[in-house]
Structure formats: structure tokens, C-alpha cells
Unconditional design. Structure first.
Length: 135
């Protein structure tokens, strides 16, 4: 066997650095999955908290005797969940139909998902509550 063939065989049998190469391939994928899961969990938390704040607003409105439209808007704006991560816009509409006053409260949530190697993902959700106010 020539000296040249011996060096080639020795090169292919050498396993030094194999773990570092495997780690360099696997770690970015695992980090992307981990951070993505955390971002989605935070987004669902914000959605749940917003829904809870809408429910709290509805309960408070129903406990009041003959609330005015401005009272209803103020209650909703005071109770709505304030998130540092997502954009939450609330609209309140008032309508009279079938002899009753209806209040429709809508919250739109837009949460930008910040995941490495993935760009421009946004989680959007619309939450609604409708109340019949007897005045």
C-alpha cells in the first residue's frame, strides 16, 4: 500500500469533529422549533386574555342598570387586555332591532410571530360578543 493510499484511508477513518458537524446541523432546527412554539404559546395567551377581558366587560355591562352607550364603550376600553406583544383593536357598535338594544363588541388581535429563519408570519383572530340591553 502506498503512502498516499494510507493517508486517504486514515483521513476517512478519522471521526474527530463529527459531533460538532452534527450539532451545527441540528441546533438551528431545534432552536427554530423551540422559539416558534414559545411565540405561538404567547400568542394564544394574548388571545385567551383578550377573550377573558371581553367576558369581564360583558358581565360588568349586564350588572349595570340601563347603561348608556358611552358607559358601555368606557367599560370595554377600561377592561380590555393590554398586550406588549400584539395589537388589539376594539370596536363597539350599537343597534336597535326587534324592539331591543343590541351591543356588539368586536376585538381584533394581530400578533406578529418572530421566528428565526421565517419571515412575515402574523396570527390574526377576531373575537365577538353580542349583548341585548333592556332599557
Amino acid at each position: 500500500m502506498s503512502k498516499y493510499q494510507h493517508k486517504i484511508r486514515k483521513f476517512f477513518e478519522n471521526k474527530n469533529g463529527a459531533t460538532a458537524i452534527e450539532a451545527a446541523i441540528v441546533i438551528p432546527v431545534l432552536l427554530t422549533i423551540l422559539i416558534g412554539t414559545m411565540q405561538v404559546a404567547i400568542a394564544f395567551y394574548d388571545i385567551a386574555m383578550t377573550k377573558n377581558s371581553l367576558d369581564t366587560s360583558v358581565r360588568e355591562i349586564l350588572l349595570r342598570l340601563e347603561p348608556s352607550n358611552s358607559d358601555i364603550s368606557q367599560i370595554v376600553n377600561n377592561n380590555i387586555y393590554q398586550s406588549d406583544n400584539s395589537t388589539i383593536t376594539v370596536s363597539t357598535s350599537f343597534e336597535t332591532k326587534y324592539g331591543s338594544d343590541y351591543t356588539n363588541i368586536t376585538a381584533n388581535i394581530s400578533y406578529p410571530l418572530i421566528i428565526p429563519f421565517v419571515s412575515n408570519l402574523t396570527l390574526d383572530k377576531q373575537l365577538e360578543s353580542e349583548i341585548v340591553i333592556n332599557r
